[in-house]
Write a protein that binds this ligand. Structure first.
Ligand code: F6P
Length: 341
């Protein structure tokens, strides 16, 4: 059986570990694995290459993706879907293993109507896919955030400053919350809970009164003050899935804090550092387990499902459930984190 493999959407650090697992397990089961270059774009433009055991040698520790990625939406392109169907037929590809986040996997799900068999593997630093407890790349991203907070702590303390770290995550505050708890943040601002400037200032003040002359604030790129309708954005340009680039909450907050308190405030935008570098042990193992399981799903014909991690078990979850909205943060956990604010 010939099976294609593609990686799409914003990258994260353990995609190569998942590619390696699919290729090694797939070949062991007698599949021929065809790599699609640069996500759905490669299938539309006929940019494919066979993958062998040797193609995935020594890649488990690399960030990025050896196949390349893109945010391509075939449903928004002239002949996008038709070209996919034609190219699949041309190469005799019977199924596709799709490693990506909600946009990439939603395309896979919609392609079922066109007779295309897909199995999903969740990959996004945002960790916002409802079907799975953990998505590939999240643990590495959150470790980068924690490491940044450790570094910001020492300089904040030396200069008696307020340090703000802005992290990614789109409409889910997972990176801010988990990174902030692990990094000992004094305030964590997430998209799920609109904040007021007054409460942020009150917390800063409370610390100063307790002779703590510095503060560490983590703000998610999607967080916004209560009453403000729109999130902070870099510009108004939309990607092929209709997303604008978020960002700017940290700078806005720094200005407000400095103006209101007179305390020196600095902001760090962690940006794409969260998506790069060597994956953590957790991410490597997660990616390996999910990739290998996706091959089992193809063998059993469990299409239109995603390989997901639930309570440390890998299970097949129907796309309809795995992609049902955004998995926002656990508010109980957020309330627990507030004990430390
Ligand atoms: O979805 C992953 C993500 O890193 C988001 O957290 C972030 O908002 C977005 O992608 C950034 O996208 P780009 O790589 O296009 O700048």
């Amino acid at each position: 059986m010939r099976v294609a493999l593609l990686t799409g959407g914003g990258d994260s650090s353990a995609i190569n570990a998942a590619i390696r697992a699919v290729v090694r397990k797939g070949i062991a089961e007698g599949f021929e694995i065809i790599g699609i270059r640069s996500g759905w774009r490669g299938l539309i433009n006929d940019n494919v290459e066979p993958l062998y055991r040797g193609s995935v040698s020594g890649i488990i520790q690399w960030g990025g993706t050896i196949l390349g990625t893109s945010r391509t939406n075939p449903f928004k392109m002239d002949r996008g879907v038709e070209n996919i169907v034609v190219n699949l037929r041309k190469y005799g590809i019977e199924a596709i293993i799709v490693i990506g986040g909600d946009d990439t996997n939603t395309v896979a799900w919609r392609l079922a109507e066109h007779g295309v068999n897909c199995v999903g593997v969740p990959q996004t630093i945002d960790n916002d896919l409802p079907g799975t407890d953990y998505s590939i790349g999240f643990d590495t991203a959150v470790s980068v955030a924690c490491d940044a907070l450790d570094k910001l702590h020492t300089t904040a303390s030396a200069h008696h400053r307020i340090m703000i770290l802005e992290v990614m995550g789109r409409n889910a505050g997972w990176i801010a919350l988990i990174g902030g708890i692990a990094g000992g943040a004094d305030t964590i601002l997430i998209p799920e809970v609109p904040f007021t400037l007054e409460e942020v200032l009150e917390r800063i003040n409370k610390r100063r009164l307790a002779n703590k002359e510095f503060s560490i604030i983590v703000v998610s790129e999607g967080a916004k003050p209560a009453g403000q309708e729109a999130q902070f954005t870099r510009d108004q340009k939309k990607d092929p899935f209709g997303h604008v680039r978020l960002g700017g909450a940290g700078s806005w907050l720094a200005e407000q804090i400095e103006e209101r308190t007179g305390h020196e405030t600095r902001v760090t935008h962690l940006g794409h550092l969260q998506r790069g570098g060597s994956p953590t042990v957790f991410d490597r193992v997660l990616a390996t387990r999910l990739g290998a399981f996706a091959v089992d799903m193809v063998m059993e014909g469990t299409f239109d499902h995603m390989a997901c991690m639930r309570a440390n078990q890998v299970v097949a979850v129907p796309y309809a459930e795995a992609l049902d909205g955004v998995k926002t943060v656990d508010l109980e956990l957020y309330n627990m984190a507030m004990l430390f604010f």
